[in-house]
Design a protein around this ligand. Structure first.
Ligand code: GTP
Ligand code: MG
Length: 315
């Protein structure tokens, strides 16, 4: 219908580019997960299966986007799923960038944060496109993989997630953002661990447990856990205390590339007019860096994590 009298309506579609040369923090939050977790009988305070499912969906998003950046040309599905202009764009940065989603952290319960490179040109930095695509991929993976983690607990209704992008100009803000999220994880998890110990093992009602904890500082919560329930909080699984951190680790492994003649065949090629005639060709093997996604449960407030992975902030 291009050129018709109706085409003017396209002018109402406004561009929504994100400021260049800024870090993109993309955060997903389970919508009404208080209700969702109740309805699906999540364990309290933490449901391991639910957390592993979140990790899985997050990994799927990272893998999908890593494929676009690193190996777009190899996958037919990707080719058909993007417009021609995007195709060109991805092919370009596949050459010199290792990944777009440089790091991702899943902090406590239903919140996930992805960090995208400062220099990313993903979808031409169009906000709605990035938010909607990543959010829907995460959500569909969550639903798709649900039966794997909850085989005897079918979904009662479709879950949803909200997504937003926050732009930060500098590395310090990124460090502080993730420190904020991890500190929040610690505060929430400590509270919930004591709270549910008081209810489940201590026989208190939820109202009583809230009252018991009102005004207590961190040290006192540790003390309640230890003296009444023999739980040393510092020995609680790091997954719950620190959340999940998913990073790309580079692995150097030999990969097969273009087919070239073996040295024997190449020698023959000098003396024979028809170099490959009757000779076997051997695939060339060369070291090419690939990445794999690893899930960690580690401290990201101190320098060690960032010092060991300078690539996260140098993109
Ligand atoms: P909106 O995000 O504003 O839509 O509300 P929400 O209901 O999702 O609340 P919020 O994101 O603030 O908090 C997440 C809620 O999900 C928690 O308060 C819990 O009720 C629930 N939840 C998340 N993970 C778990 C879990 O592993 N176990 C249990 N029992 N509940 C969980
Ligand atoms: Mg939520």
């Amino acid at each position: 219908m291009a050129g018709s009298k109706f085409a003017y309506v396209r002018k109402f579609e406004l561009p929504d580019p994100l400021l260049p040369d800024t870090f993109m923090v993309f955060r997903l939050d389970g919508h009404s997960f208080h209700r969702f977790s109740d309805k699906h009988n999540f364990d309290k305070p933490n449901d391991l299966r639910a957390l592993q499912l979140m990790d899985h969906a997050a990994r799927d998003v990272m893998e999908e986007y890593s494929d676009i950046v690193l190996g777009f040309g190899e996958s037919d599905e990707f080719r058909v799923s993007f417009h021609a202009t995007d195709w060109v764009l991805y092919r370009c940065f596949a050459i010199d960038r290792s990944s777009e989603t440089a790091a991702i952290i899943h902090l406590y319960s239903d919140v996930i944060t992805f960090l995208l490179r400062k220099s990313t040109e993903l979808y031409n930095r169009r906000q709605a496109k990035i938010v909607s695509t990543l959010t829907s991929l995460f959500t569909s993976s969550y639903v798709f993989n649900w039966p794997r983690y909850f085989p005897d607990n079918p979904l009662q209704y479709p879950p949803s997630f909200d997504g937003r992008i926050i732009l930060y100009p500098g590395e310090q803000q990124i460090r502080d953002y993730f420190s904020w999220r991890q500190a929040d994880t610690h505060i929430n998890n400590l509270y919930n661990t004591v709270f549910w110990a008081l209810v489940q093992q201590g026989g208190e009602t939820t109202t009583q447990a809230h009252a018991t904890l009102r005004g207590t500082v961190s040290k006192e919560k540790h003390e309640i856990l230890f003296s009444r329930f023999q739980v040393n909080y510092n020995q609680v699984d790091e997954r719950y205390r620190k959340g999940s951190v998913l990073v790309r680790d580079e692995i150097a492994e030999p990969v097969e590339s273009a087919v070239i003649p073996t040295s024997e065949a190449a020698d023959d090629a000098v003396s024979e007019p028809s170099p490959m005639k009757g000779k076997k060709a051997k695939p060339k093997r060369e070291a090419k860096s690939k990445t794999r996604i690893v899930v960690l449960h580690c401290d990201i407030i101190k320098n060690d994590f960032w010092d060991a992975r300078p690539g996260i902030l140098n993109g």
